[in-house]
Design a protein around this ligand. Structure first.
Ligand code: UDP
Length: 237
């Protein structure tokens, strides 16, 4: 019997990750791959909440000249599109799911209700949290931090296009150095672009570890759960 390091997790899937190499929209091969990896964990008894981003469709800050709150609501709606796509991919591989949205749209998903979400997790259903926090001026990283605290998870798995946290953008600089371990405070002090400061400080205040890793290598989500060394672990140290 395989021993998991973490019993209950939040997996943050950014919009960028879902877009695959296209950079925009949803790559269903990627969605299916993520779904298969999630299924493996569900079968191992791990309780999983998924927070989806929306950047592959729309980001609030893309709305040049727009009212910021309106642009952010568009971003939150984008996360709902991704949530339904991921739900479909998960159901195709036989995983029971519920989508819960922070903005009510009860014809297509449940509203976010903490106790209900907890119950779904206990029953082995994957809960996909959509529409961010429901508030403009926030991000889905902050949503991941918030839901992680509310769901009392052991860790946030932050699945990215890059395989960890670097001192500078590894796509632009060959000499970028990857960190194995960081504290939340270091992320804030060094201004590392791994997540926004609201999300990082929420995790710091609530002592929630974050494992940042690359989604490009199949099997990485399971490796992360089994406690294998990969990516960058952000914790209180
Ligand atoms: N958003 C928001 N409030 C939230 C979460 C998200 O206003 O609580 C909006 C914001 O405009 C953001 C967009 O939704 O740019 C998409 O989310 P995010 O950029 O975090 O997605 P990711 O980068 O993870 O794909």
């Amino acid at each position: 019997m395989e021993v998991c390091k973490y019993k209950r997790i939040i997996l943050k899937v950014s919009g960028e990750a879902l877009a695959g190499d296209n950079g925009f929209g949803i790559d269903f091969d990627v969605a299916t791959r993520i779904a298969i990896e999630i299924k493996e964990l569900v079968d191992m008894g791990v309780e999983i909440g998924v927070v989806v981003g929306g950047g592959n469709i729309w980001r609030g800050r893309s709305g040049k000249g727009m009212d910021r709150a309106t642009a952010d609501y568009m971003g939150m709606l984008a996360t709902c599109i991704n949530a339904l796509a991921l739900q479909d991919s998960l159901e195709n591989v036989g995983v029971h799911t519920r989508v819960q949205t922070a903005i009510e749209m009860k014809e297509i998903a449940e509203p976010f209700i903490r106790r209900r979400a907890m119950r779904h997790l206990e029953k082995g259903r994957v809960v996909i949290f959509a529409a961010g926090t429901g508030n403009p001026y926030f991000s889905t990283d902050t949503t991941a931090a918030l839901r992680a605290a509310e769901m009392e998870v052991d860790v946030i798995l932050l699945a990215k296009k890059v395989d960890g946290v670097y001192d500078k953008d590894p796509h632009k600089y060959n000499d970028a150095i990857k960190f194995d371990n960081l504290s939340h405070m270091e992320v804030l002090e060094k201004g590392l672009q791994v997540m926004d400061s609201t999300a990082a400080s929420l995790c710091m205040d609530n002592n929630i570890p974050i494992l940042v890793f690359g989604l490009d290598n199949p099997g990485n989500i399971k490796k992360a759960i089994m406690g294998e060394k990969l990516g960058t672990l952000i914790s209180s140290k």
